[in-house]
Design a protein around this ligand. Structure first.
Ligand SMILES: CC(C)(COP(=O)(O)OP(=O)(O)OC[C@H]1O[C@@H](n2cnc3c(N)ncnc32)[C@H](O)[C@@H]1OP(=O)(O)O)[C@@H](O)C(=O)NCCC(=O)NCCS
Length: 174
């Protein structure tokens, strides 16, 4: 699906090298849960073995049409017809593409897909309160803080709080 600046498209095994690199880049993963280190082969296997994109889990690569470069990913997980609610994950793994509006456009584009095509009612996410660039992106698009989870994220021996943010159908800002 096409945004103003990015194209969102399905990912496959050929994206594994980029995914592994992003997941092992401390600057990219600074405020993200990244679990334990995995081998490049395991990362490729995860892409191959995952179920096809479907209502409960839509994983999309963020590509820049201008140069055909894959720069990050977005994912909507946990949607159920009874709740119409899904959780958003976002990151731009290619750091030289930061600060050019790509995350904002990718977020808008995937949220539009969630509301218009999947008929979601609500999209939510958790973000570390210190992750100022991500907070700015989410607020620009229309997400609002709904709560604060105290000392729920641990990094380098320190606890950090997270905001729970939500975006309701009809509140997406263009
Ligand atoms: C956070 C992230 C998604 C932003 O991506 P991006 O493509 O640079 O975002 P955009 O260019 O669309 O917008 C960034 C906004 O944050 C602002 N910003 C950047 N650094 C900032 C900072 N330290 N403090 C406040 N605002 C900041 C930018 O000025 C811009 O706002 P503006 O358009 O009003 O000027 C990207 O840096 C990233 O993927 N980081 C690592 C993973 C991550 O943290 N993901 C989110 C997890 S919840």
């Amino acid at each position: 699906m096409l945004g103003d600046l990015v194209e969102l498209r399905a990912m496959d095994t050929s994206d594994a090298e980029a995914l592994w690199r992003w997941n092992h880049d401390p600057a990219v993963m600074r405020w993200m849960e990244n679990g334990h280190p995995q081998s490049p082969a395991r990362t490729a296997a995860r892409l191959t073995e995952r179920a096809p994109n479907g209502y409960g889990d839509v994983l999309l690569g963020v590509e820049v049409p201008e140069d055909g470069k894959l720069i990050g990913l977005v994912r909507l997980t946990g949607a159920e017809p009874e709740t119409g609610c899904a959780e958003l994950t976002l990151y731009i793994g290619e750091k030289e593409y930061w600060g050019r509006g790509y995350a904002t456009d990718a977020t808008r584009t995937v949220c539009r897909y969630g509301f218009e095509e999947m008929r979601l009612h609500r999209i939510e996410l958790d973000v570390v309160t210190e992750n100022h660039a991500a907070l700015r992106v989410y607020r620009k698009v229309g997400f609002v803080e709904e709560g604060r989870l105290r000392q729920v994220f641990r990094r380098n021996g320190r606890w950090y709080d997270m905001f729970v943010m939500g975006l309701l159908e009809g509140d997406l800002r263009s």
